[in-house]
Design a protein around this ligand. Structure first.
Ligand SMILES: [Zn+2]
Length: 241
């Protein structure tokens, strides 16, 4: 039987001779591994639709009993040229894919597609990336506490953020935690980004959220509380420093 599935290519692994196994994130089946014969030949008709980050329609024989499905053909639906052409965007998109491919939840196609669209088109790549991480923290149930001090519940005198404790720390509690006080404006931005979503995304534009430091703190938060390791984040750090 022929099945048509739409998905985004999130990984390519070279196998013998000119073949490849591509991993595709689909709306209907989550992550699928597709065996693509001759994909790396210059004459391959499917190669154009099977590159990393391509959103394509794949024709295959779907066999739920098999780990790898055989790809028959692929047609490109959308390519993210803005991501390919810009080192920062490419690095951030790679982190998005690394995060999403590590999650047991296989139903995040819409989130992946929306995030890549924003990373591709939007002027504020770090804002888009931070919103993505905030939504992942939310899905995992490990969002930072940003409405009060995580230790005592005080809403006044917020002074810093403790990643280990899970959120805002007030002046009184920081006398025993001993973290460097953070700029009030940065604390305000950290609170705003943690309440953000792509539904209200347009209202976030030009709010000063397009900030590497915000993204970096959110990534550190994610890694600390989920146990995830993100090798691809190093490329983002390298680009900024
Ligand atoms: Zn406190």
């Amino acid at each position: 039987m022929n099945d048509r599935v739409t998905g985004i290519v999130i990984r390519e692994t070279e196998v013998k001779e000119s073949d490849a196994i591509i991993t595709v994130y689909t709306a209907d089946h989550g992550q699928l591994s597709l065996y693509a014969r001759g994909l790396r030949k210059v004459t391959s008709r499917n190669a154009y639709a099977c590159q990393l980050f391509d959103c394509s329609e794949f024709l295959l024989d779907y066999n739920p009993g098999k780990d790898v499905q055989l790809l028959k053909s692929a047609v490109l639906k959308r390519e993210y040229m803005g991501i390919r052409a810009d080192y920062d965007r490419l690095a951030l998109a790679s982190v998005v894919i690394e995060i999403i491919s590590q999650l047991p939840d296989d139903s995040l196609y819409d989130l992946l597609e929306t995030t890549l669209e924003k990373l591709d088109q939007d002027a504020e790549a770090f804002t888009a990336f931070s919103v993505f991480v905030v939504l992942i923290l939310n899905i995992l149930g490990i969002s930072p506490v940003v409405d009060e001090c995580v230790l005592c519940g005080n809403t006044k005198g917020i002074e810093t953020i403790s990643i280990a404790d899970g959120g805002f720390i007030c002046h009184e509690c920081n006398k025993s935690v001993h973290l460097r006080p953070l700029d009030v404006d940065f604390l305000r931005k950290f609170r705003i980004i943690n309440k953000a979503s792509f539904e209200v995304y347009d209202r976030l534009a030009s709010s000063g959220l397009n900030d590497y430091q915000l993204s970096a703190l959110l990534v550190e938060f994610l890694c600390t509380h989920s146990g995830m390791r993100l090798r691809s984040w190093r490329a983002v750090e390298g680009a900024v420093k």
